[in-house]
Design a protein around this ligand. Structure first.
Ligand code: COA
Length: 202
């Protein structure tokens, strides 16, 4: 049977990226450390439940309102982009089988031409305050720079998004400037953002 990842432009990990060893992981109960894993169709309801905080709609390009059907579409895009090697979207999950979804962390817009990619993340209320976005961003950055061989990863942070700015700084990113961000479908959400970058030669 052909490997469904064979068409990928990158060697994407077949095993979950473990966050268990991240030193900044706080309050993780022993034996159930959260980890990153690929999204699958059965995640629809758990993903939909996790993605209901208003600031997720405000600060990310997620389809909003985030209905169960929108969760289905996000999972379908995640699977298609993974197979194309253009983006890698992960669930931040916990529980013995990773059945509890706390949020997502993704490597988006993987451009081999520019050797760069964007990192994005969101957490539902239940996953916040535990250092998980920082752990996920750091793990994705290390994977992109060390394993995929990209030269730079970046984050785009709204000017009033203090929580994400703190995550970016603590994950080792440096402020690289300001630019205009255009939302893929809602021009009302266009606006200035900070670019936070992390280079391979760090
Ligand atoms: C960004 C996000 C993932 C961070 O969640 P988290 O990892 O649990 O982050 P925390 O709640 O631990 O907060 C991170 C830091 O920001 C601080 N912070 C949190 N909310 C804040 C707020 N409203 N104002 C100021 N600081 C805030 C925390 O005190 C913490 O600082 P510390 O590390 O010095 O203790 C979460 O807030 C979220 O999903 N937001 C909506 C989606 C989003 O903005 N995604 C990123 C787009 S760039």
């Amino acid at each position: 049977m052909p490997d469904r990842h064979a068409a990928s432009r990158f060697m994407l990990p077949l095993a979950p990226v473990s966050l268990a060893l991240a030193p900044f992981l706080r309050d993780a109960p022993a034996g159930s450390a959260p980890f990153l894993r690929s999204l699958r169709p059965a995640d629809r309801d758990a993903l939909h439940r996790a993605g209901q905080a208003d600031d997720i709609g405000r600060y990310t390009s997620i389809e909003w309102p985030f209905t169960p059907e929108a969760a289905d579409r996000l999972i379908a895009v995640a699977i298609a982009d993974w197979q194309a090697g253009t983006a890698a979207r992960f669930a931040i999950a916990e529980g013995a089988a990773g059945e509890i979804i706390l949020g997502t962390a993704s490597l988006l817009h993987i451009f081999p031409e520019s050797s760069a990619a964007e990192i994005g993340y969101w957490l539902g209320a239940a996953g916040r305050g535990r250092g998980l976005a920082q752990a996920a961003a750091a793990a994705l950055a290390a994977w992109a720079l060390d394993d995929l061989g990209l030269a730079q990863v970046h984050l785009l942070v709204d000017l009033d998004n203090d929580a994400s700015r703190a995550v970016a700084r603590r994950a080792g990113f440096a402020l690289a400037g300001e630019e205009l961000w255009r939302h893929p479908s809602d021009p009302a959400k266009d606006g200035p953002v900070e670019r936070w970058a992390l280079d391979k030669a760090r």
